[in-house]
Design a protein around this ligand. Sequence first.
Ligand code: SIN
Length: 297
Amino acid sequence: MPAASHASSEQAPGQPFDVRPFAEKVGAEIVGLDLSRPLNDADFARVHQAHLDYHVVVFRDQHITPQQQIDFSRRFGVLQIHVLKQFLLAHHPEILIVSNIVENGQPVGLGDAGKYWHSDLSYKELPSLGSMLYAQELPSEGGDTLFADMHLAWDTLPEHLRKAVEGLSAVHSYTSRYSHGHNADNWRPTLSAEQLAQVAVVSHPIVRTHPENGRKALFVSEGFTTHIVGLPEDESQAILTELYAHSVRPEGVYRHKWQENDMVFWDNRSLIHLAGGTPDHLRRRLHRTTIQGDAPF
Ligand code: SIN
């Protein structure tokens, strides 16, 4: 649920803006809204509703500071601090730097964020409600972000898979991709004991109910889900493989091609997402805030 509005923003003048759904089943762009100015309650309610209706909204042409991104994100809830402290923006730990840039031999941000389909922080007891990703430096080619509708995935799931997963839980682990030899490019630093304690494995229902729109959604992903609780390993993997393939069928996917100064805000309870990849010789940098959600049920 969004946090109560700030007293100062209640009285802010309204801003005329359009919500324009994309041709795909998922996503809309919001044009004409200036996030550097306070949003009054009516405008905030429209943005909130668009986020619920379209699951991912794209604010075009934003010119905001890190603090403004944090303040706007906080209107939707408590912000989560990423476990990889080395990639947090200086003086603004609420912002995770997502980047493939290496300076003085050191990565400036998390270079492989989103390399596998996932829902942000699904490995926490309280996974993310939503994430905001703000473009700082974009490559001339590549660098797209893809979003898949997990409500649609559930609604269209074949009967045999519905029966196989209803009422079951799956385990989510932040380190699952560390331990399967997928860290060859060394973007992911070794975690300290303290960091490992912050990302202890959790289990969540495979089918969750969105707390605000009441719809069911599949809640597993190749990025963080390791296995289905209570099933033999081979059966668990066979079902998960089918669920992953079904989740990302083209009819439920929106591919975001970034424009300068885009800020993209998605609902992790409704979608999974994937970073489409950037050629190594091109620079890409974005700033992410992540808003804590509820315990999935
Ligand atoms: C993420 O998974 O949060 C990053 C997605 C991207 O870099 O496109």
